[in-house]
Write a protein that binds this ligand. Structure first.
Ligand SMILES: Nc1nc2c(ncn2[C@@H]2O[C@H](COP(=O)(O)OP(=O)(O)O)[C@@H](O)[C@H]2O)c(=O)[nH]1
Ligand SMILES: [Mg+2]
Length: 209
């Protein structure tokens, strides 16, 4: 997929797992690294996530686009990604050159995947509060994403999630693929995700701040 500009990174996962939080936590790291990025969000019938990111002050609001996907956000990122592709092209034409494009999927079930036509790399975000049996149950995101993020580890003790068991289940489900356990609301919560992104998707060393 080289030669078409920005590296496209998909961020998928169930509603509430921390996808927008991850995008917001990555933006300052991307900027500090001197990289230019834009954000596309996929909501059902609103552009709420896009508005949230625009208002965050973390990125030029013109570089954030919300795609209204109707009832099926996973269709828009998997079977018919044309709306997202058009949004990506428009962003690159109007604001390019960009190094990176972050595409957040809307509320998805555990089987949602990104089309390889749409993204170069995809991150799947789950969280401890949604149940510590999710990694064991598998699902395409858990099994196939380029990077699995298990978020909200700060909540694990409060919701009775067994992190050791989750780590063991993740290792079993993804023997050859990376995974990271995060607390994205805390300081530095996305540092390791950014490092992995640089290594795997951007093919460059992590710039030292
Ligand atoms: N305690 C805790 N809350 C988090 C964490 N990450 C996200 N949240 C909260 O979880 C909620 C859902 O996050 P959001 O990013 O909107 O989820 P999305 O639907 O996947 O985009 C928000 O209230 C976040 O502040 C975390 O690591 N720890
Ligand atoms: Mg969101």
């Amino acid at each position: 997929m080289s030669g078409r500009g920005a590296v496209r990174v998909g961020v998928g996962g169930p509603v509430g797992s921390g996808k927008t939080q991850l995008v917001e936590a990555l933006l300052p790291l991307i900027e500090a690294a001197g990289l230019r990025t834009a954000v596309i969000t996929n909501d059902l019938v609103t552009v709420e996530d896009a508005e949230r990111v625009r208002r965050s002050g973390l990125i030029d609001p013109a570089l954030v686009v919300g795609v209204e996907t109707g009832a099926c956000p996973h269709t828009a990122i998997r079977e018919d990604p044309s709306m997202n592709q058009a949004a990506a092209l428009r962003l690159e034409e109007d604001h390019g050159p960009l190094d990176l494009l972050l595409l957040e999927s809307g509320g998805d079930n555990l089987a949602a995947t990104f089309s390889p036509e749409l993204v170069d790399y995809w991150i799947y975000v789950i969280d401890t509060a949604a149940g510590d049996d999710i990694p064991r149950k598998g699902g395409l995101g858990v099994l196939q994403a380029d990077l699995l993020v298990v978020n909200k580890i700060d909540l694990a003790p409060h919701v009775g999630a067994d992190l050791d068991r989750m780590r063991a289940d993740v290792a079993r489900a993804r023997p050859a693929r990376p995974s990271l356990f995060t607390s994205l609301r805390g300081p530095g919560g996305a540092d390791h995700v950014f490092e992995e992104l640089c290594r795997s998707a951007l093919f460059q060393d992590v710039p030292q701040a």
